[in-house]
Design a protein around this ligand. Structure first.
Ligand SMILES: Cc1ncc(COP(=O)(O)O)c(C=O)c1O
Length: 362
């Protein structure tokens, strides 16, 4: 055994890291036989198509940034309607997930609850930290509240994802409230709203005023088309934000990130709304088209920027995935997730990218 493996926490030695879209397929264009570069079509990470144009200043790069830059917190406070004291800017919503687990779960003692099929980073962050994972699977893409009630007292954090990734649907607000009520004396309930801009009226931020045990996660990676920036927000009571601020790195948001993100949040809101509208239009058309294909058994309802569908069998699922890869179009195989046999997920790219995908599959 190598010295590193001897010294490492033993559970990390064989741990499989999160298979992010970029780990599965690194960015960069494909080289063709004639040496020319063929652009890949990225439909596997629920990013938005099209790039924004931002200016960054290098004026103060010799200085550490503020712990929570003013321009960014003011811009997000205006955008979400909460006080600055209820907001923590993080390196993506992923960092929010990690901070919550590290702040509320004692390693090798406490558990989180997840409702699969769901976003993979809840379990990965728990594993990394040594928190246990209790699973209460969704039933017909909704919460199984009876089963969740059995776990009261056994978990410290409950992760709900609405709209869900990879399922795509919103959880009924009444169910979210019931879950919060169930755990109100024993666990934090996190509502991950990474995709909420695609159905903004369904947000749970109003519940922060009524319940102490709620946290809402947000990101600029999806509707704001800023996945490369790594900027997300944890919304919660002042007491929770104070606690998480003890655990987060001292300078989590770099100055260029704060500049770009605050511009996007103040001057580019109309662009964001237009992007959401056009995504929703392309998504509806793609879902209808998929539902007419012989190889498609089921298209899941989507309130987010992607469509999940089930193929008639594994052979067809593999054929479709491989055919797209061979044509430099990358989508995401979700078939290993609980309840999602033969399922693939397509992120809504530009209209042109989705047309290209349909042409390859036709
Ligand atoms: C449900 C969900 N939550 C959180 C994240 C992470 O977002 P971020 O890019 O802000 O870390 C993702 C990313 O795909 C997601 O799908």
């Amino acid at each position: 055994m190598s010295i590193i493996n001897k010294l490492a926490r033993e559970e990390l030695v064989d741990m499989v890291p999160y298979q992010s879209a970029r780990r599965l397929f690194a960015s960069g264009d494909a080289e063709q036989a004639n040496g020319a570069l063929k652009r890949k079509v990225w439909l596997n990470a629920n990013e938005a198509p099209g790039k924004g144009e931002y200016q960054v200043s290098s004026e103060n790069v010799n200085r550490y940034p503020d712990f929570q830059p003013d321009n960014l917190l003011n811009a997000y406070s205006n955008y979400c309607g909460l006080e600055r004291s209820q907001i923590l800017a993080t390196r993506g919503a992923d960092e929010g997930i990690e901070l919550i687990i590290r702040s509320f779960c004692k390693a090798y003692q406490d558990n989180i609850l997840i409702c699969p099929p769901t976003y993979g980073m809840y379990a990965i962050s728990a594993e990394n930290h040594g928190a246990g994972i209790i699973k209460v699977p969704l039933t017909n893409n909704q919460l199984n509240l009876d089963e969740m009630a059995q776990q009261v007292g056994k978990v410290k954090v409950v992760f709900l994802c609405s709209p869900g990734n990879p399922t795509g649907n919103l959880l009924p607000k009444a169910q979210i409230i019931q879950a919060i009520e169930l755990f109100k004396d024993s666990a934090i309930v996190v509502v991950d709203e990474a995709y909420i801009e695609f159905s903004p009226e369904q947000t749970s931020t109003d519940l922060l005023a009524k319940y102490d045990n709620v946290v809402v996660l947000r990101t600029l990676s999806k509707a704001f088309a800023l996945a490369g920036l790594r900027c997300g927000f944890t919304l919660a009571s002042e007491a929770i934000i104070t606690l998480l601020s003890k655990v987060i790195a001292p300078y989590p948001i770099s100055a260029p990130v704060a500049d770009i993100a605050s511009t996007a949040l103040s001057t580019d809101l109309v662009k964001m709304t237009q992007r959401v509208q056009s995504c929703n239009k392309v998504k509806t058309a793609l879902a209808t088209w998929l539902s007419h294909q012989d190889w498609c058994r089921e298209v899941f309802a989507s309130d987010a920027n992607f469509v999940l569908f089930r193929c008639i069998d594994n052979t067809e699922k593999t054929r479709i995935f491989d055919l797209l890869v061979a044509n430099n179009i990358l989508i995401r195989d979700q078939s290993k997730q609980m309840q999602l046999e033969n399922c693939l997920r397509i992120s809504i790219g530009s209209e042109q990218e989705i047309t290209q995908l349909k042409e390859v599959l036709s």
